[in-house]
Ligand binder design. Sequence first.
Ligand code: SF4
Length: 398
Amino acid sequence: MSEHAAPSAPPAPLERAPEGTPLYVHLPFCAAKCHYCDFFSVPDEGQDIDGMVAAILREAAERAPRSPRTVFIGGGTPSLLSAEQLRVVLDGLDELTGWRASAVEVTAECNPESLDRAKAAALKALGVPRLSIGFQSLDDATLELFGRVHSAEDSFRAFDAARSAGIEHLNVDMIYAVPDQTAESWERDLGRVLALGPDHLSAYNLTFEEDTRFKRWLDRGRLERSPEEVELAMFETTRRLTAERGLDAYEISNHARAGEECAHNIGYWRNGAYVGIGPGAVSKVGHSRAGNPRGIAPYLRRVADQGHATHWREDPDPAARLAETWWLGLRLAAGVDPDAARRTAGADDESAAAALALAEELAGHDLLERRRDGAFGLTDRGLPLADAVAKRFLERLG
Ligand code: SF4
């Protein structure tokens, strides 16, 4: 989500989300800041984690939906919290929302340096059956370049710890197209990850985001982007190896065994509603979006003063909403159903017709195809160009 200018007077929070709306909780502390990362997070050293937990529960009391259908505890590095701190967060949220009785999927993000068997068992006992572990690379030199504080061996240990603690739903996060990485080394590393038998694999190509150390290094020539053809070869290798292991590419960068797709993230790609709690968290309720400040002190101050921390708010027009629904939805293998997209966006006749005309135009160029169920999805030709194809909707309608 892009940064938004702070308005002169903070806006009112979004209206309370309806029962069942997915819930995201942002725990913003990490062992160290990774050099490529533009999520809002800060090193935990010297931070008042208990104070943050209390503020998050206070904000949740004001804004969290009742009976969320999915819950995602992200960050940051939630596994960095002690088992007791995690208990306070998860019990507190349950008292406020009743998530333990309602959620069909509950995920916590973890990093190898803070995930051992006891932590995984604690999370499971607290009602979190799905963990997402950030391996990112199996090359220790790359992990060091990334600014990660764990080794590849730590990642394998964390995965085993989670499985031996009885965690049944495990995702592994990996990054490819790293400077100097070869297609062969990616294939080898991905093969080793898949041999572990994860239920879900997220594999993102490295991007150089603004305000990251990696972007500065790129601008100064200290790092170079992976050549396009190497990146494409890695993308194709990822699809082939995951398919061989029975993990379907249900989204451009996400692969899962049948039934293990991440329902929470599918909600984002379907442009559905969600409530985000915590510093930097974003929410979408109805057709409005709003976010909290990306800073510990301003977040704590606002929650203490007003119970919520809403810092910006936007209300896109129907055409922009429809463009966004197509842009996000085309990432999914299931594609975009024009009528469903129109309903989600609450779009008018004119924008719906413009979106359909563009989809047909792109189908004429063999970038999209219309499926038997009426949805438009990327063709094999369109797949590697997914970002550019999806952006056409933002350009034409947004
Ligand atoms: S651990 Fe994750 S959230 Fe934290 S800095 Fe690294 S990539 Fe960002």
